[in-house]
Design a binder for this molecule. Sequence first.
Ligand code: PAF
Length: 284
Amino acid sequence: MEVIRTREAFREAMVEARAAGRGVGFVPTLGFLHDGHRSLMARAREEADLVAVSIFVNPLQFGPAEDVAAYPRDLDRDLGICEKEGVDAVFAPDADEMYPGGPPEVTVDPGPVGNRLEGASRPGHFRGVSTVVAKLLGIVGPCRAYFGEKDAQQLFIVLRMVRDLDLPAEIVGCPTVRERDGLALSSRNTYLSAEERRAATCLYEALARAAWLVEGGERDARVLRAELARRIGAEPLAALDYVAVVDEDTFEEVDRLRGPARALVAARVGPARLIDNLLLRPSD
Ligand code: PAF
């Protein structure tokens, strides 16, 4: 497995791979890898000839109130995981390599969806994500790129950006990986104490309850939002940020379910801000 530090060397490696007829599967990450990332790598391994992973804690997507320096990092452990997953190349630049001369003057506008939900709670977050993803895809070149559905709003914006800007990548959304009790895997779970870890299951429990109500015929999104908020609000260690039920195709809030919709929740549990979501499929 090759560990690459510069944009130029990474670009060259990807160009060479394609010239040799090898299709590239690309998994962008912030590092501190877990089984969710492993599932993205495994999917890329199945579908591509060469698997490349980027490990870069992108300062642009952290707001002024968020401590980018405190984001968990362990490059040696991450490289071990990549090696085990059969990754061919890891791109691990530092911030000066990615943004020589400081933050870029030209950035990518994530569109109106970028200002809602996560975007409202974390102003500038999706501009930072869109910019770094566009930059990474520009370096990698034509590829299939793998993103988790756990960050459903991010996945929606990346799909939209690739479509609207004609970027030469095929974006593949992959299912959320969960602990046995339903908690979605996240690097942020490492911040939780044992008691907070138990409390954190309220996010998935609320989403599962909403899905159960939909299976039972509930179509009023206001009822579903109220139930999501009630369930999370009942957990004393969780501070609710938002609940939402959005149309799967537009990410607009809906009043009634008339097709596939997505329930989304965000809450602070102890020191960690956690998000999760679940697809709601009305049978009619
Ligand atoms: O989801 C993430 O890990 C990050 O937002 C991404 C896509 C790697 C961009 O920094």
